[in-house]
Design a protein around this ligand. Sequence first.
Ligand code: NAD
Ligand code: TYD
Length: 331
Amino acid sequence: MRILVTGGLGFIGSHFIRHILATKPDVQVVNLDKQTYAGNPDNLKDVEDDARYDYAKGDICDAAIVDKLARDADIIVNFAAESHVDRSIGKPGDFIRTDIFGTYTLLEAARRHKVKRFVQISTDEVYGSREKGSFNENDLLRPSSPYSASKAGADMLAHSYFVTYRLPVVITRSSNNYGPFQYPEKLMPLFITNAIEDKELPLYGDGSNVRDWLYVEDNCRAISLAVEKGMPGEIYNIASGQELSNKGVTRLILKLLGKPDSLIKPVKDRPGHDFRYSLDSAKIRKLGFKPKVSFEEGIKTTVNWYKANRWWWKRLKSGEYLEYYRKQYNL
Ligand code: NAD
Ligand code: TYD
């Protein structure tokens, strides 16, 4: 069995590849990744010599390389994307290109080569914000940012390939992931690494926005289940049910690191900032999914990992990155 994973040098994709290699001895994995700023070979250093793992550097928008790799694939799992909301507000074009056109390129190759399963990795953000209650898979999509709108476009395209061409497409939509190897631009790794260095934590608005926090390895277990047991044409929400305000998460990080709340710097709110994401994940739970990692345990593991692995993030938080952050937050 051969799986083509795209975006496997990123945060979730790298955990997924490690999970597959550890749990499925008869599976060969090929990782197609463009190595954007978020794609980092260090994320898979521990498996790069595994005979069941191959890496191909390339763009999911490049039909030639996608066609070549899809020809030998039984399954495609598409993680590759531009994934940061703030960057999408500054430069939407990159998101439309990779998240929509890239997905189209993969779908076309999958159709041509009759792959047995195409798993599209999507996000809770496609539903938009919700003050009370939770979204299920049949709810309307009301994306708020160029990122989430691009992901919604990709979902619809993927679904259309199931309806029109009977390509066995399965879509997963997960809540906010956290854990080791997350690029330090997202809330959790940015705040942990800033706090370690006694730098300010730029909290948007009043910090009351709410997210559901899913430990990345739990998401990988759920995705693996969707690959194996998901019904073609179906969508599966994946969430932990552990909802916290950004203020709550921030204070917990500071407490775990023994740092003062005075490091919190309230900054201008994100334009179009979704107040709350919340998913009903009963459908994936019916397939047998149950998160294993509680938020208390997951955040401790995560904080300790960034404390112990400065080598991983120190290099990332320099050069162009620093310029971006100075501009973004006037820090
Ligand atoms: P990430 O930004 O850490 O990694 C993205 C990876 O895709 C990188 O390795 C990058 O090099 C690669 N990539 C980008 N453009 C590419 C292109 N054109 N061709 C080939 N490779 C390309 O992202 P992540 O947080 O690991 O997210 C992975 C997927 O999960 C995305 O599709 C994202 O929308 C979705 N998702 C993420 C979260 C989250 O909390 N991080 C939550 C729900 C869904
Ligand atoms: P983020 O990690 O960017 O994920 P998403 O926007 O996709 O949910 O942000 C999580 C929450 O944290 C979101 O409400 C925005 C907020 N946030 C800050 O307050 N400050 C920051 O510097 C960042 C990156 C995010």
